[in-house]
Design a protein around this ligand. Structure first.
Ligand SMILES: [Zn+2]
Length: 309
């Protein structure tokens, strides 16, 4: 009988997930801690364990698997399978594709996680956009670019690093070596930091009652109508829209999906961002303009993108 299943693996900075995929559906999924501090070999051993358990649990063998794809948070050279740089994992020129392929006993396609998330969102949302961008707001800002249904690759596979576009001249120093990078101002982490900074000078801010200041707490404060955090959000949507405007003015993509954990509460910030873009985009008089929407498939898009790459 012909193989019917795909395997998608998403390696995150803290958690990793592996999924068994049929068509565009996840039929089984498990997660484990990335804990890369325990060493790369140890990680690969644990991944192998999760892979074999998944096959066993579903009564499958290697012959039932069409392909295995894996996303990593870093630059992957598709010719060599090397992870050339992944600052969150401390990887530098690691032959990761071959390490994982050897461990699983099956060829693995390795790619950048933002590319795979974009590809997964594109497939799952059945987008017909000829130029599609997914912008992921997380610890940093990542992007995947899909042109005519295919992931766009730069000359060295390090394309789409829109988080490292300068948005503020001589601004915050970034670990990429430049100053004022977009992700220091408009990532989910930046939003939380802005809220933390604002509450310091406002003892009346409702965030003082939260045990933990994270994205959830920030959105809860907005829903309660906290004026301090509403101001923060106003500044944040301005910064996010300025970065998106740069991208749109240059590329005029057909569609942009905004992903990352905070996109689950896109209702509290995206309409404002869309309005700002509409007012300021260079092409505001055009009949056709970029559609900006929230990504709809959360973490699944990374797994589906990996499985179906
Ligand atoms: Zn940077």
């Amino acid at each position: 009988m012909a193989a019917k299943y795909y395997i998608g693996i998403d390696m995150g900075g803290t958690h990793s997930a592996i999924a068994l995929v049929k068509g565009l559906n996840i039929v089984d999924k498990s997660e484990f801690a990335t804990s890369i501090s325990r060493g790369i070999d140890n990680y690969v051993d644990r991944l192998k364990e999760a892979f074999e358990e998944m096959l066993e649990r579903n009564g499958l063998s290697h012959g039932d698997i069409i392909s295995v794809g894996m996303g990593v948070p870093g630059s992957v050279n598709l010719d060599t399978g090397m992870v050339e740089y992944a600052n969150n994992l401390g990887f530098n020129n690691v032959p990761f594709r071959d390490m994982v392929s050897d461990a699983l006993g099956i060829p693995v396609t390795l790619d950048n996680d933002a590319n795979l998330a974009a590809y997964g969102e594109f497939l799952l949302s059945k987008s017909h956009a000829k130029s599609f961008l997914m912008v992921t707001l997380g610890t940093g800002i990542g992007a995947g670019i899909i042109l005519d249904g295919e992931i766009y690759r730069g000359v060295n596979f390090a394309e789409g690093e829109i988080g490292h576009m300068t948005i503020k001249y001589d601004g915050i120093t970034c670990n990429c070596g430049r100053k004022g990078c977009f992700e220091a101002y408009a990532s989910a982490k930046a939003l939380v930091k802005m809220a933390c900074d604002a509450m310091q000078s406002h003892p009346e801010c409702s965030l003082w009652k939260s045990s933990k200041i994270d994205g959830k707490a920030v959105f809860a404060a907005i829903e309660q109508g906290d004026p301090v955090i509403k101001n923060v959000m106003n500044e944040y949507t301005f910064l996010l829209s300025e970065g998106l405007l740069n991208i749109i003015n240059i590329f005029q993509p057909e569609e942009i999906a905004i992903g990352g954990g905070i996109s689950a509460r896109a209702d509290l910030f995206l309409p404002d961002v869309i309005e700002r873009v509409k007012q300021k985009v260079y092409s505001r008089d055009s009949k056709k303009n970029t559609i900006i929407r929230a990504a709809q498939y959360g973490n699944d898009c990374g797994l589906i993108g990996a499985a179906r790459i």
